[in-house]
Design a protein around this ligand. Sequence first.
Ligand code: HPA
Ligand code: ZN
Length: 333
Amino acid sequence: MNLQELIAQLPKAELHMHIEGSLEPELMLQLANRNGIALPYQSVEEIKQAYQFSNLQDFLDIYYQGAGVLVKEQDFYDLTMAYVKKCHQDNVVHTEIFFDPQTHTERNISFETVINGITRALADGETKFGITSHVIMCFLRHLSEEQALKTLEMSLPFKQLIKGVGLDSSELGHPPEKFQRVFAEAINAGYEAVAHAGEEGDPSYIWGALDLLSVSRVDHGVRSIEDPKLVDRLVKEQIPLTVCPLSNLKLKVFNDLKDHCLKKLLDKGVVVTINSDDPAYFGGYVSQNYLETAEALELQAEDIKLIAKNSFKASFISDDLKLKWYEAIDNIN
Ligand code: HPA
Ligand code: ZN
């Protein structure tokens, strides 16, 4: 079996995917038309041309603009259903997706509209394809903690639909300590906690996510490689990293996929996973991320199977289900 076949056959979980980042140019244009929203682009080609980024902020500016076409519950449903179909194609059997409520509530779209559209599509995805899922709401770190606290409060009536909280958007200058109170309150309310850290920010952002926000896994976390004590801690406590190789390449966290630290972290014993982050913007869904990473870093079949197992290990599914997926992976030769 070649690598591509192995990757296709392996059941996988995705743990780092922003649903707004799965908005493909075709659907963006369609929703802009449907909702009478003006975009600075006339065609799919023009949209794709605009996707040239030098850093995280370049991307975020275009990503928030794109999300502006999402208005009605059906828009969030269509967006999420398109992603679920990609999961089915890629043999992603479980997904834990992020959404950014503040990107929408700031435009006077209700929390209810957003969460109902997303979760209705996920429920249909489970019925149709057997794909299980959780939803994680992210606070935008460029906004204030007070606004995050308001968002947390807004989420409470929908708590049974939401597994956890996360932290995304512009990292530099918005360290974890800014959100210490809101994470404590979220955990107290019964939410799981994750956070983006160590994508552009130095290792202190990862220490902060662990010590001040009490996260159980770290999104990106690739800059941990610069701090051996931190890597030791990630290994000792088996704190997973949700790594997004094509995102890191597009946002110039690494200049070449061959320079990516994923294999080094894996060899040191870190629970590394592979995810797509914002697949419509970064050039590939989960299997494409596995494939390009495997080729660039010369991963072996055993590495790829370990990464697939890690994706379940790092997820919020039950231990019984984890065992079921480990066994399914072991049975692929
Ligand atoms: N980093 C920070 N914020 C984000 C990202 C990311 O990779 N994707 C969507 N929002
Ligand atoms: Zn992300």
